[in-house]
Design a protein around this ligand. Structure first.
Ligand code: ADP
Length: 456
């Protein structure tokens, strides 16, 4: 302010002096008035520049530095604007962080305005509903999601519960199920949350199937057993009939026991720690045990038949053995002998079963069981390792099967990083092969080259 008065006074004095020198008293009066007008014009010019800058407020295009009142006003506004700009930048970066966190959500999120327009959605929501985050911004949600259930849900305005829809990418072979829930907030705004519940629904369906299967597997022999008990209680039977009935009852009881045993094995496998790679199991020993068990089972199943299975094992093994597998002996034996037992159970007495052990070029090894049995239709193959899945129900039951064998095999192999491969053609027999990776097997110490397995 002082500067302003000083400049004005100086211009007045200068105008008066110049006017006096030029024209005496009249000259001084005109000179003073002219100086006053000049000062006013210059001040107005500065004021207009400041006003012009106020209009666009661009911090990078400040007017030339100014002194005095206009300079101070300019400086104050500039500082205010700078502080405001910093605050906006901070808010924007906070908002970016929030959107990045929403983007990272495993669920789909859609923000809707009070009229139901999409204000923002994350990538998961785009995948669930087939949105394009940019293109569909401010589009009406109801126009983009046309599922009748969702339309009814949206129109009901009752958002206490969610609704379940088919996902955009759903196909009959790969269904995708979404749970969608709208949460109103603020002044009529809404947040829509979508969750992929396909796996959850599948697990729930599997659990229901499992309970139904277990009940069925136990109930059938139990009904038969109860029938026999009633017969024994009510009828007078001859000693031979009595014996026959008791034998049949024992068979049903054994069937139930096998199912329970299989289920316990599966649950033990699921609960027990992953097999380490510190314990090495002899392949030769495993094959010997498989051969003993397979031959015993074959004798039992074909005892009343004129022919017996031809069984071929890679034994006797070379002096240095066949190598070793890293894992748990009891589990490996149960898996490998299960495959041999299945081959024996499903192959007619006249057929043959060949067990092989061979090394692969990548250092891995394959255990395989080939049979000349009935073979399996390709449509059943992907489901064979499901619990209680059977192709031939009567043969399975006749030979004491539970439908859990291959499921146990799959679990054991998974725990040993091995993979089961099934190659089968109806009427042409089956080959069940177990591929062990190089990290799980080692060759015998002195073996320069492993011989191809021969007949035993
Ligand atoms: P199960 O106790 O019924 O044998 P598994 O899980 O061991 O149950 O096998 C599932 C089904 O796969 C069997 O019911 C049978 O129909 C079929 N299967 C398994 N191994 C063979 C095989 N070697 N030849 C033909 N079918 C087989």
């Amino acid at each position: 302010m002082a500067w302003r008065i000083l400049v004005f006074s100086l211009s007045q004095v200068l105008g008066l002096l110049l006017g006096w020198w030029y024209g005496g008293a009249w000259g001084a009066a005109v000179g003073g008035a002219l100086a006053g007008w000049c000062w006013f014009a210059a001040d107005l010019g500065r004021g207009l520049r400041v006003l012009r800058w106020f209009r666009h407020g661009d911090l990078d295009a400040l007017p030339q530095p100014m002194h005095g009142l206009w300079g101070q006003a300019l400086d104050r506004v500039r500082r205010l604007l700078r502080a405001q700009q910093l605050q906006i930048q901070e808010r924007e970066s906070q908002l970016d962080d929030i959107f990045a966190a929403l983007q990272a959500s495993p669920n789909g999120l859609v923000l809707l305005d009070s009229e139901g327009h999409i204000e923002w959605c994350n990538q998961i929501a785009c995948a669930h509903f087939g949105f394009d985050a940019e293109r569909d911004r401010m589009q009406l949600l109801g126009n983009l999601v046309r599922d009748p259930d969702f339309t009814a849900y949206l129109a009901s305005k009752d958002y206490a519960h969610g609704v379940v829809l088919q996902g955009r990418s759903s196909t009959p072979s790969r269904p995708v199920r979404l749970s969608v829930h709208i949460y109103p907030h603020g002044q009529g705004r809404k947040l829509m949350l979508s969750r992929d519940i396909t796996a959850l629904e599948q697990a729930e369906a599997m659990r229901r199937d499992f309970v139904a299967n277990v009940s069925h597997e136990i109930r059938t022999p139990l009904t038969v057993l109860t029938g026999f008990v009633e017969t024994l209680q009510t009828l007078k039977l001859s000693p031979e009939e009595n014996e026959r009935y008791l034998a049949l009852m024992a068979q049903q009881a054994m069937r139930m026991q096998n199912v329970v045993q299989g289920l316990l094995t599966l649950s033990r496998l699921e609960d027990s720690p992953w097999p380490g790679k510190g314990e090495w199991v002899s392949v030769q020993r495993l094959l010997e045990q498989c051969a003993d068990e397979g031959r015993a089972l074959s004798q039992l199943l074909t005892r009343n038949q004129p022919q017996h299975h031809t069984m071929v094992f890679p034994l006797p093994a070379p002096a240095e053995g066949l190598g070793e597998i890293a894992g748990i002996q009891s589990e490996l034996l149960s898996a490998l002998s299960n495959l041999v037992a299945n081959a024996v159970r499903y192959t007619p007495a006249s057929g043959s079963i060949t067990v092989r052990w061979r090394w692969l070029d990548d250092g891995g090894a394959v255990f395989s069981v080939q049979d000349t049995g009935p073979g399996i239709d390709p449509k059943h193959v992907p489901r064979l390792t499901e619990r209680f899945y059977r192709v031939d129900h009567s043969r399975s039951r006749e030979t004491g099967g539970t439908g859990l064998g291959l499921s146990i095999v799959k679990h054991v192999l998974q725990r040993h990083d091995a993979v089961l491969e099934i190659d089968s053609k109806p009427g042409r027999g089956s080959t069940f092969s177990v591929h062990f990776p190089a990290s799980r097997v080692r060759k015998p110490h002195n073996a320069l080259a492993m011989p191809t397995p021969g007949a035993g």
